[in-house]
Design a binder for this molecule. Structure first.
Ligand code: FPP
Length: 267
């Protein structure tokens, strides 16, 4: 395993391409964890009379740009909703094409992850995925496990309710084994059983394509998350659009149930 390839000297493309936008970002207030619901690939393709898979393929370029941009602005964890539990109901051909795109992505991008110290992870019921896909994902997770750069987290065969069910199951098992009692079950314990146990809750969730819902994504973790909805279809969501979302996030006041005066007593 090549864990110590030096990080490449390279230009910060976000800053070079969009200096004005980049300068508006306060490095001290960058969201630590950003989740993205990548939606609109099919509609993007339909509008161009392309097959749906062409939209997914173009969507992979957006994944590239958003991963790079997140790293360039200092996001610590990026969770991309790449395949939901509900997506299994899509036509078989589309599912196969998505799995094949995913494998192609891992094969192509693993060297880039090494180069930039990106830690690759997945959340979801990985056991549902085809064996060849699972093997590749595991390889990428193992090879990048020691890196401390951006955590790139792909939600695959993921559902927020299923995640909560899995967490509750593991607690009930512990209770049945006499390891815990009801009084020990609290929010912290449940959080610790989620797939995201060792990463902070998302500060920001972006959804593209003009839909205003979160579709079973990070249900438990998004209790206090800022939501950003944009009409842009995912294949058109690139560096600039990501930077715009970060600027928008930084203009918000997160009160976590407190009053504005409690947060800033000088008001
Ligand atoms: C939603 O668009 C998108 C998906 C279900 C898949 C997202 C997958 C990718 C961006 C490509 C593969 C990802 C990686 C990480 C390699 P939709 O098809 O629901 O669009 P529609 O609502 O317009 O039909």
């Amino acid at each position: 395993m090549e864990k110590d390839i030096p990080v490449a000297e390279e230009i910060n493309q976000s800053e070079a391409l969009y200096p004005d936008l980049f300068r508006r970002i306060d490095p001290a207030a960058v969201p630590a964890h950003v989740g993205v619901i990548m939606d609109g690939n099919g509609r993007w393709a339909n509008r161009r009379a392309f097959p749906r898979i062409r939209g997914h393929r173009e969507g992979v370029h957006s994944v590239d740009e958003v991963v790079a941009s997140a790293r360039e602005v200092g996001v610590r964890v990026l969770t991309l909703y790449a395949f939901s539990m509900e997506n299994w109901r899509r036509p078989k051909m589309e599912i196969q094409a998505l799995m094949s795109l995913l494998r192609e992505y891992i094969v192509k991008k693993l060297p880039v992850m090494h180069q930039h110290g990106i830690r690759f992870r997945t959340i979801g019921r990985a056991g549902d995925l085809p064996l060849n896909t699972r093997k590749l994902l595991r390889k990428a997770e193992q090879e990048t496990a020691a890196y401390d750069g951006l955590v790139l987290n792909l939600a695959l065969s993921y559902g927020g309710r299923t995640e909560i069910v899995d967490a509750v199951r593991s607690l009930v098992q512990d209770a049945a084994d006499g390891k815990i009692g009801p009084e020990q079950v609290d929010e912290a314990l449940l959080s610790a059983r989620m797939y995201t146990a060792d990463v902070p809750d998302p500060d920001l969730i972006i959804r593209t394509s003009g839909e205003h819902r979160t579709s079973n994504f990070l249900l438990w973790q998004s209790a206090y998350t800022e939501l950003y909805f944009t009409p842009t279809f995912w294949p058109d969501f690139k560096r600039r659009e990501f930077l715009e979302a970060i600027v928008d996030f930084q203009g918000r006041e997160r009160r976590f149930g407190l009053t504005g005066k409690q947060l800033k007593p000088s008001r």
